[in-house]
Design a protein. Structure first.
Length: 171
């Protein structure tokens, strides 16, 4: 008959291996905000960039996760599916009235609850966003040698009652 203590060295080695200081992947890397972004009956959920229990909440404005075009980026979202309060959209080249309604195709999108990145193909612009506790930071990287604009829109996004505003970005 074997001694009950013969397995003790094996258990001790497994315990020490589990307590090793090898770099571990953070559990935050497993958060996928795109889960539930496609819905057949109800409104889809949105991949919201937001810090836990904070007021700044942002997602790219598009139909659902399968839509390959973005119509803008809100500066704040009032509630989960109630729409944006203010919208910002980068533009380059000659500014026309159609630029306010233009959707932009995006590529190389990275979505995390703490960070958003996308390359807009029509304007050749890179959009990055990170939320803070009571503010958010957008960074727009424009191509060199082109006129740069930042289109701002109010709560009635793309309706007749709002007054859109454009600012020229000087380089």
């Amino acid at each position: 008959m074997q001694s009950p203590f013969c397995y003790l060295p094996v258990i001790a080695l497994l315990f020490l291996y589990g307590c090793s200081t090898n770099p571990q992947i953070s559990t935050e890397q497993y958060i996928d905000p795109t889960i539930g972004n496609i819905s057949t009956l109800l409104q889809p959920t949105r991949p919201v960039m937001q810090l836990p229990n904070q007021m700044i909440r942002v997602y790219p404005l598009r139909k659902d996760h399968t839509d390959d075009q973005v119509s803008g980026f809100p500066l704040q979202v009032a509630a989960h599916n109630s729409g944006p309060l203010f919208v910002v959209q980068p533009a380059t080249g000659k500014l026309t009235p159609a630029a306010w309604q233009q959707k932009q195709t995006y590529d190389r999108e990275i979505i995390h609850p703490w960070y958003y990145h996308a390359d807009l193909l029509e304007s050749n612009t890179t959009v990055e966003f990170t939320p803070g506790s009571k503010t958010g930071i957008y960074r727009f990287t424009y191509p060199a040698g082109m006129r740069k604009y930042l289109l701002l829109d109010s709560a009635g996004y793309h309706t007749q009652r709002n007054l859109p505003y454009c600012t020229n970005i000087l380089s």
